[in-house]
Ligand binder design. Structure first.
Ligand code: CTP
Ligand code: MG
Length: 173
């Protein structure tokens, strides 16, 4: 079992390529109301969870809701790839604005497995190259997360470690 220590009030950023199992992980470990997913916010603002042209508006709304939750002292999980520094910087900013610790949980699975899963989904239509780009972004992300301001960076490598992970909440005071 891999225990992931997380402050009981945190902004948790899941980080991983498409098909790495972020949404599955979020569904297993957190209440649905705690999880803000980029897909859901794209659907909210554009009626289409895959409409990438809606991303800016979707994330704007997601950050707004995250801020409302953190202000109320509610643990919040962001289910998005979070592979780009600018995407993560926005989350660190929201967390800091509310004196909440930003935490990253990286799900790292072999690209071939992620592609297999993605190909099998009717709700994902992007090509193999897109996944390759995400993998490159993930590799670059490793050296950056801590210095970007994430107070804890938990890395789960491979399906077994992901399956065996448990969240343990740390009391803040
Ligand atoms: N899946 C699986 N076994 C796991 C985890 C996920 O078979 N241990 C499947 C899911 O059922 C889903 C696909 O793999 O059909 C992708 O998993 P998901 O959690 O949706 O991955 P995400 O990282 O959320 O992908 P995306 O970024 O595209 O939302
Ligand atoms: Mg998902």
């Amino acid at each position: 079992m891999t225990v992931l220590d997380i402050p009981e009030l945190a902004l948790v950023a899941l980080v991983g390529i498409s098909g790495s199992g972020k949404s599955t992980f979020a569904g297993r470990h957190f209440a649905s109301s705690q999880v803000l997913s980029s897909d859901a916010f794209r659907a909210m603002v554009a009626d289409d969870e895959n409409d990438q042209s809606a991303s800016a508006e979707a994330f704007d709304a997601l950050h707004y809701v995250a801020g409302k939750r953190l202000r109320a002292g509610r643990l919040t999980v962001v289910d998005a790839t979070n592979l780009q520094p600018h995407a993560r910087a926005a989350l660190v900013r929201v967390a800091r604005e509310h004196d909440v610790l930003p935490v990253a949980i990286v799900l790292d699975v072999p690209e071939a497995l992620a592609w297999e899963r993605t190909e099998a989904r009717s709700d994902r239509t992007f090509g193999r190259q897109v996944l390759g780009r995400m993998s490159r972004d993930l590799r670059r992300s490793y050296g950056q997360l801590a210095r970007e301001g994430f107070r804890k960076v938990h890395v789960l490598r491979g399906t077994e470690e992901i399956e065996a992970a448990e969240i343990r909440y740390e009391r803040l005071f």
